[in-house]
Design a protein around this ligand. Structure first.
Ligand code: RET
Length: 273
């Protein structure tokens, strides 16, 4: 990996300017970061424009929540591009790259803990779900991201890296349960089943890609190169954030009335049903 050459020159831990230089020298990697920063910036402007006439509070909340996604994303990629949230870690015995220094973009896992709950909040509100289910989905999701971060940062034991990974997967199962079993029922009652169904499928399919690339990339079995894995995450991000947000917000802007009616029907009746 790219980290190794520079380490040979410096003979130890990399400083932030050195990591920054490493990213600068890897055109492919640098490009994937800047592509996402540009996309986040444009999305923010576009989504603010899309929501300019939305007045119903619940629809507004979906907008604010969804708008947080590109806002967090921009910060996330800025952290990576500047070298602030990338470390060079020595992998433990047992790992395919044991003893080698591997570039770890831990900033991604950290910022997912802030962006993915916003995606779920927007989805839960769209489905007209109640506070209990929304809270459950959000905390399980944060648990997933933080334990995923722990998996990536553990350098003492290879087995413990995968232990963390398993815990993260367990949290993920809880999120999937709410998404696939609970919210579709709520969305049916709320009259948002069509758009919810589309966004649910998009979300579930793309979200599965993240643990998959974690396992295949340098953090896991190291079948894929760091730059390739980073591009994979960047592409998944484009679908899971921007395509998702666009479809959701376009629908909400056009169906404010349906969302507005949920304030009185959705929250209360979905518990009773
Ligand atoms: C990790 C590794 C451990 C196991 C699991 C993971 C799941 C990550 C997911 C991330 C989704 C991120 C999104 C970001 C967009 O902003 C942490 C990779 C289950 C599902 C949608």
């Amino acid at each position: 990996t790219a980290g190794v050459d520079l380490l040979a020159q410096t003979g130890g831990e990399l400083t932030q300017p050195e990591v920054y230089q490493l990213v600068q020298d890897n055109l492919l990697l640098n490009l994937s970061f800047w592509a996402n920063i540009a996309l986040a910036g444009l999305s923010i402007l576009f989504f603010v424009y899309l929501g300019r006439n939305v007045e119903e509070p619940r629809a507004q909340l979906i907008f604010v929540s969804t708008l947080m996604v590109p806002l967090v994303s921009l910060s996330s990629y800025l952290g990576l591009v500047s070298g602030l949230t990338i470390s060079v870690l020595e992998m433990p015995a047992g790992h395919a790259l044991a003893g080698e220094e591997v570039l770890t973009m831990w900033g991604r896992y950290l910022t997912w803990a802030l962006s993915t709950p916003m995606i779920l909040l927007a989805l839960g509100l769209l489905a007209g779900s109640n506070l209990t289910k929304i809270f459950t989905a959000l905390v399980m999701d944060i648990g997933m991201c933080i334990t995923g971060l722990a998996a990536a940062l553990t350098t003492s034991s290879y087995a413990l890296r995968w232990f963390w990974y398993l815990i993260s997967c367990a949290f993920f199962v809880a999120v999937l349960y709410v998404l696939l079993v609970e919210w579709p029922k709520d969305a049916e009652i709320a009259g948002t089943a069509d758009i919810f169904g589309t966004l649910k499928s998009l979300t579930v399919v793309l979200w599965f890609g993240y643990p998959l690339f974690w396992a295949l990339g340098a953090e896991g079995f190291a079948v894929l190169d760091v730059a390739i894995t980073s591009w994979a995450y960047s592409l998944l991000d484009i679908g899971a954030k921007y395509v998702f947000a666009f479809l959701l917000l376009r629908w909400v802007a056009a169906h404010e009335g349906t969302i507005g009616a949920l304030t009185t029907t959705g929250i209360e009746s979905s518990t009773a049903a």
